[in-house]
Ligand binder design. Structure first.
Ligand code: GAL
Length: 432
């Protein structure tokens, strides 16, 4: 059990896998009686328009999506793809647009959605999705995706979306030239981080780049993980860890101290603009999910050359995980084309085209490791051996309303820097 106990911890629906294997809608059966005439024709290949909705607009992620769309287009040349994007990292803006469309009965063909609470609590319980269990059965996916991932994509005996990747949230990225010039090593612990940050500040380099609101929450969850460790961090989302405890207070103090070392204009920057500060050498470090790797590479940087990485301070041995997936909305226009798209999303070929560019590891365990660069191979290794914990900011750990309460609390805190009030707000958000 050990590391799997807190794997994607909150939505473990114990019956799911078992029921899934016998409960989904059966694939269309061939008629039992032979027709008298000629054998049935093969189903027509899908055509028409297919709208794919996502928030992948930044360097790396946009190209990754493009690569997967090309695979689709190669297989289904008669389908006209509408690549519908709403900019805004972590989907903060896209999700609002999508919610309005779903409620108004105007779903896109398929849309990007985080595995876990974001998928289930938002769209599945609202009866806005079709189960895709039949695809898992037809394509043999029940055997090729990590069981814990299938768990959090499942609800009431069905699977509800197709994962395209696994991202790691707790990564510290750094500019190797700045570190070398100043004789620095990437920090392993929170204390080492503060020492490195002091040294950088002394030479006039911004220690840590930060961006808009959601990136603050992203940073916050990595500091929680780095201070509390994987068990207590995971316990925050199950009720096992007391938000009012001294250990959480220590994490909040660490977050408070960390904020002393960020760029002043953080609130005005998108995640990729914050990452860009590291490329410019204005800042030395950035804590961001590994889509930042895709961004670095899209700007011509090579992993292990111009940029290095380490687990965010204190979080070595833990993998703060999230997964992007695509689903089948009820009433989706051109359902046949959507099903064809989902098959590409779930395939080894689709994932091997997408993930090496996106900066994520494949959810499909049969993927070709040799296509993945040095960083991504290290992430594959870490995912196989680390304690896996769920990301809050990226939809896995907590319900959307709890997540929003934490976002609000962090927003207030970065202004007030009142740790006690912050802890009270977080405890209240957890119902403690
Ligand atoms: C995450 C998403 C990633 C990436 C990132 C920045 O929520 O899972 O795929 O898009 O936001 O936008």
């Amino acid at each position: 059990m050990s590391r799997k106990v807190f794997s994607f911890v909150t939505l473990v629906l114990v019956a799911a896998l078992l029921v899934v294997s016998c409960g989904g809608p059966a694939p269309t059966e061939a008629p039992t009686e032979e027709p008298e005439e000629a054998p049935p024709e093969a189903p027509a290949a899908p055509g028409g328009e297919l709208e794919i909705f996502s928030w992948w607009t930044a360097g790396g992620e946009a190209e990754g999506l493009e690569a997967m769309l090309e695979i689709f287009q190669g297989q289904y040349p008669d389908v006209e793809i509408i690549n519908a994007t709403v900019a805004g990292g972590a989907g903060v803006d896209a999700r609002a647009v999508l919610a309005t469309r779903m409620q108004g009965g105007d779903p896109p063909g398929s849309f990007q959605v985080h595995a876990g609470h974001e998928l289930i609590d938002t769209y599945v319980v609202a009866d806005q999705m079709e189960p895709v269990t039949f695809l898992y059965e037809e394509e043999g996916w029940l055997d090729v995706y990590p069981p814990d991932l299938i768990d959090i994509l499942s609800y009431e005996g069905d699977v509800w979306s197709v994962p395209v990747n696994i991202h790691r949230a707790n990564v510290l990225w750094y500019n190797t030239a700045v570190f070398e010039e100043n004789g620095l090593e990437p920090p392993g612990t929170m204390e080492e981080f503060f020492e490195v940050a002091e040294a950088l500040e002394a030479v006039g380099v911004i220690p840590l780049s930060l961006g808009e609101s959601w990136t603050e929450v992203h940073l916050f969850e990595t500091v929680l993980l780095g201070t509390l460790g994987p068990d207590a961090y995971a316990g925050l989302w199950t009720g096992a860890t007391d938000w009012g405890s001294a250990e959480v207070k220590e994490a909040l103090d660490n977050f408070d101290r960390t904020l002393d070392y960020v760029n002043e204009d953080y609130a005005a920057l998108s995640w990729d603009q914050a990452t860009q500060l590291v490329i410019d050498g204005t800042a030395a470090m950035n804590i961001m999910g590994d889509w930042a790797e895709g961004y670095f590479k899209a700007q011509g940087w090579t992993p292990g050359v111009e940029f290095g990485w380490a687990p965010s301070p204190g979080s070595g041995g833990s993998f703060d995980a999230l997964s992007d997936s695509f689903g089948l909305p009820k009433g989706a226009p051109n359902r046949d084309a959507v099903v064809a798209w989902l098959k590409v999303c779930g395939s080894k070929e689709g994932q091997d085209a997408f993930n090496p560019i996106k900066g994520s590891i494949p959810a499909h365990t049969g993927a070709d490791r040799s296509l993945y660069d040095e960083y991504l191979q290290s992430a594959l290794d870490d995912f196989a051996q680390d304690a896996i914990v769920p990301s809050l900011m990226h939809g896995a750990a907590a319900s959307p309303s709890w997540q929003q309460d934490v976002i609000d609390a962090v927003g207030l805190f970065v202004g007030s820097r009142d740790v006690d009030a912050f802890q009270d707000a977080l405890s209240a958000a957890a119902g403690m």
